[in-house]
Design a protein around this ligand. Structure first.
Ligand code: GLP
Length: 243
């Protein structure tokens, strides 16, 4: 695992965007695994800037997103489908048919999970997976205690995650209680993983996940076992790692 320190959120976003753009330049038809949350917004903004300057071309790029809330329609502005379109897909020349987000409205969620997992395999797997990290160490929506052997599955969100995400909804009761998420096994199959973290409120979990024991109680800790992981974090998020 390589850890790159950035001085602040802006520099973290720029470094992360550099790594993703290198992937796109090296393999124009690559499969990007993408993430939502507030952390990647600056990374997406930077990619859009470079696209507008003519330095990046998304014409052949394919994407698979990590997760989606259950029960939110695509046009709900809190769905991850909506998030990806407004922060990235609608701002670059990616083909909509090359973008994939799990269907949170699927009537049969188990069948949707199976379809999504098969889709990732059929694309040849993920070349680089972007990840954020939840305060409890979740990646995607793999909450503490989830088996490392899970593929794409339906998840019950923990109270902590519901609380953390309520800032985006009118009230806590409006936060969905379930999601469809790539599993840890799905994430670990990515050829390369790029995890980004920013801010002091992530410092404890960053130290625990990357310098503590590898245990399902800290889902992100499994990344210590992947042979190509890059963590790009700002100084605040790295302030509690052993030096
Ligand atoms: C959500 C997403 C995760 C994300 C996490 C952290 O729960 N499912 O993929 O990493 O939030 O979000 P933030 O970047 O806003 O701290």
């Amino acid at each position: 695992m390589k850890i790159y320190e950035a001085k602040d959120y802006r520099e973290m976003s720029r470094k992360a965007a550099n790594i993703l753009s290198a992937q796109i330049i090296l393999k124009p038809d690559c499969v990007l695994g993408l993430a939502t949350g507030s952390t990647p917004i600056g990374t997406y903004d930077q990619l859009v800037d470079w696209y507008k300057k003519g330095d990046l071309d998304f014409a052949e790029v394919k994407t698979v997103n990590l997760d989606e809330y259950r029960g939110l329609a695509r046009d709900n502005d809190q769905s991850y489908y909506y998030f990806m379109h407004s922060h990235l897909f609608d701002r670059v020349n990616i083909k909509p048919e090359n973008t994939n987000v799990p269907d949170g409205m699927a009537e049969d969620p188990a069948a949707e999970c199976e379809r999504y997992e098969a889709l990732i395999q059929s694309l040849g797997g993920v070349d680089i997976q972007l990840l954020g990290i939840g305060h409890n160490g979740h990646i995607g929506f793999n909450e503490p205690g989830t088996s490392f052997a899970k593929e794409t599955h339906c998840v019950d969100l923990t109270q902590r995650t519901i609380e953390a995400n309520k800032r985006f909804f009118p009230s806590v009761d409006d936060v969905p209680k379930q999601a469809i998420s790539m599993g840890i096994k799905t994430i670990m199959r990515a050829k390369k993983i790029l995890l980004i973290a920013s801010g002091e409120e992530k410092a404890d979990i960053v130290a625990k996940a990357f310098f503590g024991p590898v245990v399902p109680e800290v889902p992100a800790s499994i990344l210590q076992m992947h042979d190509d992981v890059v963590v790009v974090a700002d100084s605040a998020a790295l302030s509690k790692i052993p030096r």
